[in-house]
Design a protein around this ligand. Structure first.
Ligand code: SF4
Ligand code: SF4
Length: 56
């Protein structure tokens, strides 16, 4: 299980600072989650203004 950031992401960067394992990095026009590092904690989703991170 891992969270995945949808295309709704506006690349604000808020989630990256909240991830306890540094799994979120800036990609091409949106932020991305490294599924191998994600702990499924939901912290990114709780701070996202557009609810882009989804539990897969
Ligand atoms: Fe990081 Fe938690 Fe979001 Fe996974 S669910 S990317 S561990 S903040
Ligand atoms: Fe994208 Fe939401 Fe993360 Fe901002 S907090 S970079 S909108 S996923």
């Amino acid at each position: 299980m891992a969270y995945v950031i949808s295309d709704e992401c506006i690349a604000c960067g808020a989630c990256a600072g909240e991830c306890p394992v540094g799994a979120i990095t800036e990609g091409d026009g949106k932020f991305e989650i490294n599924a191998d590092e994600c702990l499924d904690c939901g912290a990114c989703a709780s701070v996202c203004p557009v609810e882009a991170p989804k539990a897969e």
